[in-house]
Design a protein around this ligand. Structure first.
Ligand code: SF4
Length: 355
């Protein structure tokens, strides 16, 4: 049995068939699933995928929606540039392709935000084109199977792996083959403790024969996370608090937060709070008292969030930096598409007021 037939046979027998994107060949749905699955666990993606497709069932509906609606629906999934790219890409597909995703890799690659991996996944899974894919899972399987011990993130190794993926993808059932490679990496050829005894590639796998599974791929040298501090204000009117929507062209675009901002190096929390409330809302905080704190871990940053309960002087009119702001009853804060750290602050505030 060839490598490809063995992988497809294993996939058809052992793969997770209940994943919602495995029950469709609709290119739009495949595209949305691939965008969501980048950098994100399958279990996290499933409810977001289902909710997104109820809200935006077609390319047309996504293209016509305000970007803030797309970001709200995406809120909590992280890496928000993906949502912005989906939106602009849907508009391009409607304008240039009549609302249908193109089938060929070359055309897919011309769309904003679609890279080589996503183009290969859409072309092979939705359109049966023999297009290669290479993601972290496929990379690990290929490197172990072939005993490639160099760092697969190096450009020349990337080129070699793409070439291999291109040579391997079969003309018949390319989508199943590509998904088989990814699924093997996700289920058996895992970063730690791969289950070689159950693997269809086991007889010819060089890493298994040499006992190199643990050292392939070599560990990534991780840069230390940058530490940032972010004071914010809890301003109250009756039983409501003020929240503000972040601008689109920032980190965590379009998400809501308690108004505040990042500290400069060595700037005290209250000085930073005063500066940001003056710049962003045009008010001066009065009697600030610490009321909640948490730490949010982002991909390259660690954000220390401290909330201060304040009164204020000055007129709260139009926001100067935020897109919009509104008063929300404390008990409704759990419905707000906050950034993850701000959602935790909101949870602490609700808990404190309930207790
Ligand atoms: S035999 Fe083990 S190391 Fe080799 S591909 Fe299979 S799971 Fe990975």
């Amino acid at each position: 049995m060839t490598f490809q037939r063995g992988m497809i046979r294993w996939y058809r027998k052992e793969s997770r068939k209940n994943l919602p994107w495995r029950k469709t060949r609709d290119p739009y749905r495949i595209w949305i699933s691939e965008a969501m699955l980048q950098q994100t666990q399958v279990a996290t993606v499933i409810p977001y995928y289902e909710r997104f497709l109820v809200r935006f069932p077609t390319v047309h509906s996504l293209s016509k929606a305000p970007l803030t609606d797309v970001l709200d629906t995406w809120s909590g999934l992280g890496y928000y540039s993906r949502a912005k790219n989906l939106h602009v890409c849907a508009q391009t597909i409607v304008r240039d392709h009549g609302g249908s995703l193109p089938a060929e890799v070359d055309s897919l690659l011309k769309l904003p935000g679609i890279g080589r991996y996503t183009a290969g996944a859409i072309a092979s899974i939705a359109f049966d084109r023999p297009a290669p894919i290479l993601d972290g899972n496929v990379q690990r399987v290929l490197c172990r199977y072939l005993g490639i011990r160099e760092d697969p993130r190096q450009p020349e190794i990337q080129r070699r792996l793409w070439k291999l993926a291109e040579q391997l993808v079969p003309a018949k059932n390319p989508g199943d083959f590509n998904q088989a490679m990814m699924e093997l990496g996700a289920l058996l050829c895992t970063p730690r403790e791969p289950q070689c005894g159950r693997c269809p590639l086991s007889p010819d796998c060089l890493a298994r024969r040499k006992g190199w599974q643990d050292s392939i791929p070599p560990p990534r040298r991780t840069a230390a996370r940058k530490k940032l501090s972010y004071p914010c204000a809890v301003l109250r009117k009756g039983d409501s608090v003020l929240i503000a929507r972040r601008p689109i062209a920032t980190l965590l675009p379009g998400l809501w937060e308690f108004p505040g901002g990042e500290l400069r190096p060595r700037e005290p929390f209250l000085a930073g709070l005063r500066r940001h409330l003056a710049d962003r809302l045009g008010i001066v905080p009065k009697n600030p008292k610490p009321c909640a704190a948490t730490t949010q871990i982002l991909s390259h940053r660690e954000l220390e969030l401290r909330a201060f309960s304040c009164t204020w002087s000055g007129k709260l009119a139009q926001p100067r930096w935020y897109m919009e702001m509104k008063w929300v009853p404390l008990r409704h804060l759990d419905k707000v598409p906050f950034t993850a750290g701000m959602a935790e602050l909101a949870r602490l505030l609700r808990k404190e007021s309930a207790g």
